[in-house]
Design a protein around this ligand. Structure first.
Ligand code: SF4
Ligand code: SF4
Length: 488
């Protein structure tokens, strides 16, 4: 089938007689073209102010203060947060993590997942509406768009009009600002992996490595494209979260809802007119809730998967209710049960703490506590023991049996550590090579360790032994299991 044929085809009324198959369309019948794909309509969200808008901007400031500011924060002689992939060290304030600390990443992912489940069960798409990078950067880009091109009405008028110098310079200014923010975002992102001061110097001197160049521009253009052009399409078509959110909702989840009972029948009226005399509900059908919606939906049609729960429609509707002298909350955060059963705010909030939410809180609390305890009691060094496969068990001078091991000592602190290596597990077992090793701050080193035992210490075969590595500086002690081979 040609692409043209898949996009549109003729729909012609036909009669199907039993056993005769489809009849041919009558001559001169009307043919209607139906496109299988709806053409994308650009959305021009109107700016809005109100309680939820203020919360969203507070989250924009908070998240971006952390994102843009963190790489510039110094901690002692280094960057406070740095993921040094080349050296395979991850610095997070006073923590120095090695790839062997992968368990903490797992812990962070589990905490993030259960936080998401908890917030979604309590208040729907709170993450999407207030803290998701797509929402945050779209908000910033929309603000820059309003700064250069004006609000919705001016943008609509200008976009439908011809090109002129005014339109040209405004569009150019907008794209210049968008690109500046996007590239700064890409630069900041790479600054988490390369010390940002060095990165800045290299950037000015145009000496960035090819990988740094790639990631600065890739991340920058992803921000430019997603926040400037794709916008709601990312939420509607690319983000998987929108698809499975409904599995986490129940009838006691707080969502943005339109109070149909109070709002309908909708209709325009003057401020002085009595709604009851006109047999109208509270909705004045101003359509502003649709105009402010970043995904372009009408909340009055009920909960839709496109709704990111931003509350913009609730904000604008409250201003209309206020102008009309009606009570606020025609569009509000509420639950399906609360709307159907006319619960008060207190009743609604009481139902938030339901078994499902309590289970999420319990799991989350357990994982957070376990991770905090593990981090607080973590030793500032690590050891890996590997039997040296190149040197087999052998009998050495004095008739003793010798096995050779390779120990990787990892110093996870920011000062030199002095280690003492000993071994136990068989009578007379001892380390025959250097037992005291110094490792520089944040460095790791492989050390060859020879272990010897008297010939009569054990019968031929494999015997479990333990290496004991003690840090003389922190008094921390680690036991690592290995095997000692006695040859036949
Ligand atoms: S903003 Fe409120 S009053 Fe206006 S159309 Fe939407 S629901 Fe009705
Ligand atoms: S319907 Fe309302 S809450 Fe949902 S995305 Fe649109 S403006 Fe935001």
């Amino acid at each position: 089938m040609t692409p043209k044929a898949t996009e549109a085809r003729k729909v012609i009324p036909i009669a199907v007689a039993q056993g005769e198959g489809p009849a041919a369309p009558p001559p001169g019948a009307d043919a209607e073209m139906i496109s299988l794909y709806e053409a994308h309509k650009k959305i021009y969200p109107r700016s809005v102010s109100g309680l939820f808008s203020r919360w969203r901007w507070a989250m924009v400031f908070l998240t971006q203060l952390v994102f843009y500011g963190m790489p510039w924060l110094e901690w002692g002689q280094r960057q406070a947060v740095l993921f040094d992939l080349t050296a395979r060290r991850f610095y997070i304030f006073n923590l120095v993590l090695y790839p062997q600390d992968f368990i903490y990443l797992t812990g962070i992912l589990v905490i993030s997942a259960f936080s998401l489940f908890l917030f979604t069960a309590v208040a729907g798409r709170l993450w999407c509406g207030y803290a998701c990078p797509q929402t945050v950067y779209t908000e910033i880009f929309l603000w820059l768009e309003k700064l250069t091109e004006g609000d919705r009405a001016a943008r609509l008028r200008r976009d439908s009009g011809p090109w002129n110098p005014d339109k040209l310079w405004r569009k150019a200014a907008k794209h210049f600002l968008w690109l500046a923010v996007a590239l700064w975002t890409g630069f900041t992102f790479v600054g988490y992996f390369t010390p940002i001061h060095d990165l800045g110097r290299e950037f000015v001197q145009m000496r960035l490595s090819s990988w740094e160049n790639f990631w600065v521009f890739f991340y920058g253009f992803a921000t430019y494209g997603n926040a400037g052009f794709m916008r709601e399409q990312v939420c509607k078509h690319m983000c998987p979260y929108a698809r499975f959110q409904s599995a986490m909702f129940d009838k006691d989840t707080l969502i943005v809802t339109y109070d149909k009972e109070r709002g309908e029948p909708r209709g325009a009226r003057s401020k002085k007119a009595s709604a009851s005399a006109l047999n109208l509900g509270a909705c004045v059908d101003c359509n502003l809730c649709v105009q402010v919606c970043p995904t372009g939906i009408d909340i009055r049609k009920g909960l839709q998967y496109e709704c990111i729960g931003c509350g913009a429609c609730a904000d604008v509707c409250d201003t209309i209710m206020d102008k009309m002298g009606y009570a606020p909350g025609l569009v509000k955060y509420s639950t399906e049960n609360a709307v159907n059963q006319h619960w008060t705010k207190a009743q609604t909030l009481r139902h938030v703490l339901r078994p499902r939410v309590l289970i999420y809180i319990a799991i989350l609390g357990t994982v957070v506590t376990a991770m905090a305890v593990s981090l607080a009691t973590r030793l500032p060094f690590k050891v890996d023991v590997v039997r040296d496969r190149g040197a087999l068990a052998r009998i050495v001078e004095g008739g003793r049996i010798e096995n050779v091991y390779r120990l990787q000592l990892m110093n996870a602190s920011e000062s030199q550590q002095n280690f003492h290596i000993s071994v136990e597990g068989l009578p007379g077992l001892a380390v025959a090579s250097e037992q005291d090793v110094a490792i520089e701050s944040t460095q790791a080193r492989w050390v060859a360790v020879r272990v010897q035992a008297p010939f009569e210490a054990a019968p031929a075969g494999s015997h479990t032994i333990h290496f004991e590595i003690t840090s003389k500086d922190t008094a921390g002690k680690l036991l690592e299991k290995s095997v000692f081979i006695v040859p036949r």
